[in-house]
Design a protein around this ligand. Structure first.
Ligand SMILES: *[C@@H]1O[C@H](CO)[C@@H](O)[C@H](O)[C@H]1NC(C)=O
Ligand SMILES: *[C@@H]1O[C@H](CO)[C@@H](O)[C@H](O)[C@H]1NC(C)=O
Ligand SMILES: *[C@@H]1O[C@H](CO)[C@@H](O)[C@H](O)[C@H]1NC(C)=O
Length: 410
């Protein structure tokens, strides 16, 4: 009860801006890429795409559809303003800090609720901090879990090393190294004694590594994706996992993705410099490479409510990679983490709660029986709408599930 009263007083008693980190070594940061953005637009305009596809009947099965790419290019030229995007993004509190010699960028937004749970949100590839922007305000505001308990969050959204405004790490840097510096960011720099983590894609790899390495500070993990190879239909059968029709669909989608959608994975794991340098100064090339993934890995209804994964989102995500010159360095996360996905589903040395959200159109599927093997699973929820980027593909569902952390927070 005192929690609820204190929280209420905090909400009604404060019109001031939320407190921000004042820790030494943490510097406020504003995005300013307008100079580069005008050159980017010139390059987009100068790029000539073919008038018609070589094989019109293959559609998107052979890679990004030419008509879609041309439409995106037209929208980039006539209906997209980096300056406008930047202005929106600069409404949030951005910072940079030095961690083990890396300049790390992050957004830090504090709730007015003194009992707010510190929450670290981790993106993957081809994601960025942009994936979580639709959630920031709602997460910081006081709300309720499904039990009716009050819940709110202090939000920290870093850019992974080598992504956006965070510098590229040294040669053999792994996600376990990123886990270490992010634990230090939350505790030593920002002063949170314990915190929760949400991670997706490579961010779930970093988040899971934090979950197992730092069991006294990481006191909850929420994920829609896991750094474990999903089981095939045959393997699930052998493990006596029975599947609902929707789950059967999800297994099939994962198997299809593995058969036809992971060429990029092998390229970035083995020759990141080739694809990186080929596209580093080519915004429409990056649009084709990144846009294909954003379209293919999300719900076919993407861009219609509740999804905000529309063409503007694809354009600003690509522009962020291009303007921060991080396309090549970001691709290296695959090369640097050959062991990033594991086959052995075993319990890690932690008793912290694990919460999992399964989105129908994600490219990997993990049934509750398997998730339970890799952590203290306390919550598992399936969603019929959404895919690999739930922060933009189904933000209300992700928000509801993240808030459930409040039920298990001690
Ligand atoms: C990185 O790892 C490779 C393979 O193990 C090794 O050959 C190389 O010397 C390492 N580089 C650095 C800078 O440690
Ligand atoms: C699956 O179920 C069968 C029949 O109940 C049992 O013999 C087998 O050991 C089970 N397999 C696993 C991996 O649990
Ligand atoms: C937490 O990790 C330590 C090692 O750092 C280990 O000794 C301890 O058993 C772990 N706690 C749990 C609950 O697994």
């Amino acid at each position: 009860m005192w929690r609820a009263i204190a929280a209420l007083l905090a909400v009604i008693g404060s019109d001031a801006a939320p407190l921000q980190a004042t820790s030494s070594g943490v510097k406020p940061f504003k995005i300013d890429l307008t100079g580069e953005a005008s050159r980017m637009l010139e390059l987009v305009k100068a790029t000539r795409l073919p008038n018609k596809p070589v094989y019109p009947t293959v559609g998107a099965s052979a890679g990004i559809d030419l008509d879609v790419l041309k439409q995106l290019q037209r929208e980039w030229i006539h209906g997209f303003s980096w300056k406008g995007e930047q202005k929106e993004l600069n409404k949030y509190h951005h910072f940079t800090t030095d961690l083990e010699g890396l300049n790390i960028h992050f957004i830090h937004e504090r709730s007015r609720d003194p009992n707010a749970i510190p929450l670290l949100l981790l993106h993957g590839w081809p994601g960025s901090f942009l994936e979580f922007v639709p959630l920031i305000e709602s997460l910081t505001q006081q709300s309720k879990t499904s039990n009716g308990d009050p819940v709110s969050f202090n939000i920290v959204i870093p850019s992974l090393p080598g992504f956006a405004f965070s510098t590229a790490p040294k040669e053999n840097w792994t996600i376990a190294d990123t886990a270490r510096i992010f634990n230090s960011l939350m505790t030593d720099l920002l002063g949170y004694e314990k915190f929760a983590v949400h991670g997706t894609d490579w961010g779930s790899g970093v988040g899971y590594s934090m979950y197992e390495q730092f069991n006294s500070t990481v006191r909850a993990l929420h994920a829609p994706f896991l750094p474990f190879f999903p089981l095939t239909e045959e393997q699930l059968e052998a493990a006596n996992v029975t599947l609902s029709p929707m789950e059967q669909f999800q297994v099939q989608r994962g198997d299809d993705w593995y058969a036809t959608g992971n060429g990029y994975f092998i390229e970035q794991s083995t020759k990141p410099n080739t694809i990186g340098l080929a596209l580093e100064d080519n915004p429409v090339g990056q649009l084709a490479w990144i846009g294909e993934k954003m379209i293919e890995w999300s719900d076919p209804r993407a861009g219609t409510p509740p999804s905000v994964l529309n063409h503007q989102e694809i354009l600003r995500s690509t522009a962020l990679y291009f303007l921060t010159k991080s396309f090549t360095s970001s691709a290296f996360i695959y090369f640097q983490n050959p062991g990033g996905f594991r086959s052995d589903y075993v319990q890690p040395p932690t008793d912290a709660p694990l919460l999992f959200s399964s989105f129908k159109y994600n490219v990997g599927f993990w049934p509750a029986q398997m998730v339970r093997r890799v952590g203290n699973l306390v919550y598992y929820q399936s969603h019929e709408f959404g895919g690999h980027f739930p922060g933009i593909d189904n933000p209300p569902a992700l928000l509801t599930d993240i808030r459930e952390i409040g039920r298990f927070w001690a």
